[in-house]
Design a binder for this molecule. Structure first.
Ligand code: FHN
Length: 615
């Protein structure tokens, strides 16, 4: 059976997918049989080869546009004259709006200014290579002509146009991949789905499997059948879905369109790539394919009073931090109820696009930084034989890079190809390598100036954590070794590389690192606030040992530090002590908690330990 299906041509499989749309039966039984047959065929699409093929364009793309657009753009964050806190597309849930009242918004949804070609042009001019739009968000409203539910833009609004169809055509014309966001578990419009506990409070009456059969699967089938080739389906919030149900959705997608990617949020690790937390940017060496969805202001769906726009500088930094860690950056816009992408978004995207037009060689299809840790002046992306140094903070006279062992043949500025003088220093005994690149006085770009290094042969870097040219040492939580006497480890790394749930003082961390310029250092611990500075837990007592010196200190708030890549989480600084490291060489630092405060259940949220040279 397996072999036979492998031999079926893709066109026939697409036909099977499209042709087997069974009429809905209340029990969903007939549909179930169809899905079971499909499940048997699923292995044909789940081979590593298939996945590699699907991911090819996406790995090259690196940068896409997310669009959250739906009925929630009408209230735009305000309900009955009252501003509703939180993200705009959650207004129905946050204000507990009954389905019958929310449905009335359809009468006001008439986005006559919507122009698919204009939206696609905004994305294309920004340098985005794919576009993912909400086909149905948690409110249950379909933004296309759905036969599976009349609660859709064509049947229920005066607008009557299928915006997905128009976008599909515009994307085809512009050569941009199109993807659909689809909320598979939460649907506040449906009694059997997850999330609406104000209209449908009785959990025991809910039949989630029925909702999957009568709404989710038919709609996913429509989306993959009626809109041409689809780049990806962006499932979201897997919540209560079982592994078998997630698998059924993955199989359904791949049976209809074998080349269509499935986002990690389909649940149970079954997607083609990982989708990390909203606005969270992963750091360190990452061996999987991943994407981060990011807001341009604080909301996804339009909110009239959200003016907290990220600067172009932050957007460029974030995008490159993601790409330098091998990920994709999916940047959101939330159009208005009239069909307009807000001007502050358009303006910032145009600026990102301007930067990309000059520097695209350092972005699309590029691989990640060879270093597992962040560098003080910026980031690195790579191509075979080339390193692109993205310099955000332009040093005076020269840029110094430690730890690159490969032979660098040439260095030049990407913007004007001007060659730069190079000097290499190495200390065999210490296995220390320093590359010095002479720089012009001013940075060629106000956001990110790129120095290209042409490297002969394989890219070889030093693996250990090393002191940086400014003599500081950063020991990040994501590169620590975690120790635990016995039992299961409680602390864990969140997707930003910060330790969370550190509430057990039997757990401790350590790092090995190398010093080439000894001296006295302040030992500073950086911890992380919760998102938007909502909370932080301090007063933990810790013991640090480094280079034979022991110190005890309290994690107290001695000032905050901006995270240069992410405005949502600030770092809290605590100086624990001072250590003198007398000789160059390899060292170890241990951090052990003695008392952990756990009342707020946040514990010690470790970002890094820093050794800062005493001047
Ligand atoms: O609840 C949604 C939210 O509204 C938005 O769609 C984001 C985008 O990643 N996803 C969910 C929360 O993670």
């Amino acid at each position: 059976m397996r072999k036979l299906i492998l031999l079926l041509p893709a066109a026939l499989l697409i036909w099977i997918g499209a042709a087997s749309v069974a009429p809905q039966s209340p029990s969903g039984r007939k549909q179930q049989t169809v899905e079971n047959n499909r499940a048997a065929a699923s292995s044909a699409f789940s081979t590593e080869d298939q996945k590699e093929k699907r991911l090819r364009w996406w790995r090259e793309a690196h940068f896409g546009m997310f669009i959250h657009w739906g009925l929630y753009a009408v209230p735009a964050g305000e309900w009955k004259g009252r501003p509703i806190p939180g993200i705009g597309e959650w207004i129905m849930n946050r204000a507990k709006i009954p389905v019958a009242e929310y449905e009335l918004l359809t009468r006001q949804f008439n986005p006559v200014k919507f122009n698919a070609d204009e939206w696609v042009k905004v994305a294309k001019d920004a340098g985005m290579k794919y576009l993912v739009i909400t086909s149905k968000h948690h409110d249950g409203f379909a933004m296309y002509d759905s036969k599976a539910s009349p609660f859709n833009i064509v049947d229920a609004t005066p607008f009557k146009r299928d915006v997905l169809k128009e976008l599909a055509a515009a994307c085809q014309r512009a050569g941009i991949k199109l993807g659909f966001y689809y909320s598979q578990t939460q649907d506040w419009h449906e009694p059997d789905a997850v999330g609406n506990d104000w209209d449908f409070p009785d959990e025991s009456k809910k039949d989630f499997a029925h909702y999957l059969e009568v709404k989710v699967k038919p709609q996913v089938r429509e989306l993959l059948t009626n809109y041409g080739p689809i780049g990806l389906i962006w499932f979201d919030t897997p919540r209560n879905i079982t592994k078998a149900q997630s698998q059924e959705l993955v199989d359904l997608v791949h049976q209809i369109q074998p080349d269509c990617l499935v986002s990690g949020r389909v649940g149970h690790g079954l997607g083609d790539y990982d989708s990390v937390g909203d606005n969270q940017i992963s750091v360190g060496k990452i061996s999987r394919d991943w994407e981060t969805p990011v807001t341009l202001n604080d909301t996804w769906g339009f909110k009239k009073d959200d003016h907290n726009w990220k600067s172009t500088a932050i957007l460029i930094r974030q995008m490159l931090q993601v790409i330098s860690r091998g990920g994709n950056y999916l940047l959101n816009v939330g159009p208005t109820a009239e069909g307009i992408i807000p001007e502050p978004s358009v303006q910032r995207l145009a600026e990102v696009g301007q930067w990309l037009r000059i520097n695209n060689e350092a972005v699309y299809g590029n691989g990640p930084s060879p270093f597992a840790y962040e560098l003080p002046w910026g980031l690195i992306t790579t191509r075979p034989g080339k390193l692109y140094l993205h310099v955000f903070d332009w040093p005076q006279k020269e840029l110094v890079l430690y730890g690159l062992k490969s032979k660098v043949q040439k260095a030049y500025l990407l913007a004007n190809k001007k060659e730069l003088k190079l000097r290499v220093e190495s200390d065999k005994a210490l296995d220390h390598h320093a590359l010095r690149v002479e720089l012009p006085a001013t940075a060629p770009d106000k956001h990110d100036s790129i120095i290209v290094l042409e490297v002969r042969g394989e890219l070889v870097t030093e693996n250990s954590l090393i002191q940086q040219p400014d003599r500081s040492v950063t020991l990040p939580a994501y590169l620590s070794e975690v120790h635990k006497a016995a039992g299961e480890q409680q602390l864990r790394l969140d997707s930003r590389g910060v330790i969370e749930r550190w509430v057990n003082k039997d757990e401790w961390v350590s790092w090995d690192f190398k010093i080439n310029r000894p001296g006295a250092f302040d030992v500073v611990v950086l911890t992380s606030e919760q998102k938007y500075g909502r909370d932080w837990e301090g007063d933990h007592q810790v013991r640090i040992e480094v280079a034979g010196e022991k110190m005890q200190g309290v994690i107290a708030n001695q000032g905050k530090e901006e995270n240069p890549f992410n405005p949502y989480w600030k770092y809290v600084k605590s100086k624990v002590g001072r250590a003198t490291i007398a000789k160059p060489g390899k060292y170890n630092l241990t951090l052990k908690p003695e008392v952990l405060q756990t009342e707020k259940k946040l514990g010690l949220t470790l970002v890094s330990v820093k050794l800062i040279p005493v001047q």
